[in-house]
Ligand binder design. Structure first.
Ligand code: UT7
Length: 341
C-alpha cells in the first residue's frame, strides 16, 4: 500500500500541533429580514436571495454596545464549555475590523470583561480572512511551545460601519461573534497545513475611506459617508471566486488530499455563489459544505467560527476540514485541520 506523506511542509509526524478543543459563538437576537430591507432601500427579496443567498442577518442593537459585547459572550461560553478557568488562558487574539475603539485593542477589553488576567491579547485585522490569519498565529505560538491555551475570537459589529441607505452593501453584512480554544496535541489532529496570502492592490475595491491616519475623521468625512464600508462588489467577487478556491486547492494538493478525503469545507460566508464555486472547484458536494449565510449574512470575522459552532455536533475526531476565506486587502487563505484533540 502506498504510504502518503501527509505532512510534507511544516508539520512533521509526532510533533506538537494546535488542536481546536472547543468552540462557541454568540449572535444578537434582532433579525434584519429581506422584507425589512425592501422598506429601507430599493431592493427586493428575489435579488438578494439569488445574488447572495441571504435571507436575514442579526443586528446588535443597544446604545453603547460594541464588538466586545458579543465576543465576551462567545468567550465566556467557550470557557464554560471547555472547563477552562480564565486565569489559565495564555493568549487571546481577536480578529475584527470593527474594534470597540481605535485603541486599546478589543482583545484587551474582552479579556477584562471575562476575567482573563494572566494573558496577553491583541487584535488582528485582515478583513474577512482575519479569523484564519489569527488561527495561523495561534498555531505557530503553540507549535513553538510558547503557549498552551490560546483563544482566537472572530467578531464584528458590521452594522456599525454599514450605510443603511446603500443597497450594495447593507443587504450583505450582519453582526456576530465566534471563538475557539486551541491547545497542543501530539495525536495527529489539529492544524496540519495552511496557505495564507495577501495583495494590497485590492485595497481600492474594498475599504473604509476615512477614520485612519491618512484621512482622520472630520465633519467632511462624516458628511461624505466615508466611515462606511465601500465595496466594488463585482471586482471583489471576481478575485474571491478565484483566490479562495485556489488556496483550498493548493493546501489539498500539496498534502495529497482528494475531495474524498475531505469531510467538510468551512468557507467564509460572503456570498453563496462564491461558496458554491469554491466547492465545485475542489470537487465537494453541497452536503460537505457548511453554509449558514442565509441566516446570518456576512459577519466578516465571525463567519468561520460560527459555522464550526453550528456544525460542532456533526464533527467527529479525525474529520478533515478545509477552512477557506477571502477578504478586503485583498487577503485570502485556506487551512487544513483535523478535528478533535
Ligand atoms: O467578505 C468580503 C469579501 N466580499 C465579497 O466577497 C463580496 C463579493 N461580491 C459580491 O458578493 C457581489 O458582487 C455582490 C453581492 C456585492 C453584488 O452582486 P453582483 O451580482 O456582483 O451585482 P453587481 O454589483 O454587479 O450589480 C448588478 C446590478 C446593478 O444594477 P445595474 O447597474 O445592472 O442596473 C446594481 O445596481 O444589481 C444592482 N444591485 C442591486 N439591485 C437590487 C446592487 N445591489 C442591489 C440590491 N438590490 N441590493
Amino acid at each position: 500500500m502506498e504510504t502518503r506523506n501527509l505532512f510534507p511542509y511544516l508539520y512533521p509526524m509526532n510533533k506538537v500541533t494546535a488542536a481546536i478543543t472547543g468552540v462557541h459563538a454568540w449572535l444578537p437576537e434582532y433579525r434584519l429580514t429581506n422584507a425589512e430591507l425592501e422598506r429601507m432601500v430599493d431592493t427586493n427579496e428575489e435579488w438578494i436571495l439569488s445574488r447572495t443567498g441571504i435571507s436575514e442577518r442579526r443586528i446588535l442593537r443597544g446604545e453603547g454596545l460594541g464588538t466586545s459585547d458579543m465576543a465576551d459572550k462567545a468567550v465566556l461560553g467557550l470557557l464554560e464549555k471547555t472547563g477552562t478557568k480564565p486565569e489559565e488562558v495564555d493568549l487571546l487574539i481577536c480578529a475584527t475590523v470593527t474594534p470597540d475603539l481605535q485603541f486599546p485593542a478589543t482583545a484587551n477589553i474582552i479579556c477584562d470583561k471575562v476575567g482573563i488576567k494572566n494573558a496577553f491579547s491583541y487584535d488582528l485585522n485582515a478583513a474577512c480572512s482575519g479569523f484564519l490569519y489569527a488561527l495561523t498565529a495561534a498555531d505557530a505560538y503553540i507549535r513553538a511551545g510558547l503557549y498552551k491555551k490560546v483563544i482566537v475570537v472572530g467578531a464584528d459589529k458590521m452594522s456599525s460601519i454599514i450605510d443603511y441607505e446603500d443597497r450594495q452593501t447593507c443587504v450583505i453584512f450582519g453582526d456576530g461573534a465566534g471563538a475557539v480554544l486551541l491547545e497542543p496535541t501530539t495525536s495527529g489532529n489539529g492544524i496540519l497545513d495552511q496557505v495564507m496570502q495577501s495583495d494590497g492592490v485590492g485595497r481600492v475595491h474594498l475599504h473604509q475611506k476615512a477614520g485612519g491616519s491618512a484621512k482622520p475623521a472630520s465633519l467632511e468625512t462624516v458628511m461624505a459617508k466615508e466611515h462606511f464600508v465601500y465595496q466594488e462588489g463585482a471586482a471583489v467577487f471576481k478575485w474571491a471566486v478565484v483566490k479562495m478556491a485556489e488556496a483550498a486547492e493548493k493546501v489539498m494538493q500539496r498534502n495529497n488530499l482528494t475531495a474524498d478525503d475531505i469531510d467538510w469545507l468551512v468557507p467564509h460566508q460572503a456570498n453563496k455563489r462564491i461558496i458554491d464555486s469554491c466547492a465545485e472547484r475542489v470537487g465537494l458536494p453541497s452536503e460537505k459544505v457548511m453554509l449558514n449565510i442565509q441566516r446570518y449574512g456576512n459577519t466578516t470575522n465571525g463567519t468561520i467560527p460560527i459555522c464550526l459552532w453550528e456544525w460542532e455536533n456533526q464533527l467527529k475526531a479525525g474529520d478533515n476540514l478545509i477552512l477557506a476565506a477571502f477578504g478586503g486587502g485583498f487577503t485570502w487563505g485556506a487551512l487544513w485541520l483535523k478535528w478533535g484533540k
